[in-house]
Write a protein of this length. Structure first.
Length: 218
């Protein structure tokens, strides 16, 4: 029997702590879905690639929280798989956003600066709530750490959108919006890669611990 199978057999049933973790993930999922609808709608109307990028980022987060809900109460292997899927999703959406930035650069549609600022501030406030909820479960596993990384990325993205919205209004140019979009792409791709590294590290540590236990038994 493989070490992965043994780890899965050692998974525990949901206890009070697991139920609290599941409740937190559902709350954060709700916050993210609100952000997807708001940033996506305003981004489309205001011609803001930055807000569309934020909406895509939040959509990826929502997928991550759904995957993380699956991992609650499961072993290290399942949690690592959940985190691995999260990282892959983030990288894919980052590349999609890069394609949208290139398309917007060609069309040169000027975004509405004040709409970007207000939307980003509302998003940042909701990110702060989500971060507080998640930090109480930061030691629950790599899947929760991935969720915290996503939320931290979102806060940086929204700060950048506020600054680019101000620059758009002052310069009367779409270039600041496109610039923040490229920064969002970099943040998203970096976050995805970091999550993949954490997932690999967690699985490696789990395999090492399992081998050590087997050697002691022998």
């Amino acid at each position: 029997m493989s070490s992965d199978s043994k780890n899965e057999e050692n998974e525990v049933q949901l206890d009070a702590s697991d139920k609290a973790e599941r409740r937190t993930l559902k709350q954060v999922l709700g916050i993210n879905m609100f952000q997807v609808v708001m940033a996506g709608t305003v981004g489309f109307i205001a011609n803001s690639t930055g807000l569309l990028g934020a909406a895509l980022d939040n959509l990826a987060d929502s997928a991550v929280y759904i995957v993380s809900l699956y991992a609650v109460g499961k072993g290290v292997v399942a949690k690592s798989r959940a985190a691995n899927l999260s990282g892959v999703l983030l990288i894919i959406l980052g590349l999609m956003l890069l394609g949208e930035v290139i398309r917007r650069f060609i069309t040169e549609a000027e975004p509405i600066g004040w709409a970007m600022i207000i939307t980003a501030i509302v998003n940042a406030a909701s990110n702060l709530i989500a971060m507080r909820l998640l930090k109480s479960h930061s030691e629950k596993g790599v899947h929760m750490k991935a969720s915290i990384i996503f939320t931290g990325n979102d806060m940086l993205v929204n700060l950048g959108i506020v600054l680019s919205g101000i620059a758009v209004m002052l310069l009367k140019s779409p270039l600041p919006d496109l610039l923040i979009s490229l920064i969002v792409v970099a943040i998203v791709l970096r976050g995805g890669w970091k999550i993949l590294k954490q997932a690999r590290s967690a699985r490696r540590k789990s395999a090492t611990d399992s081998e050590s236990k087997n050697q002691k038994k022998e």
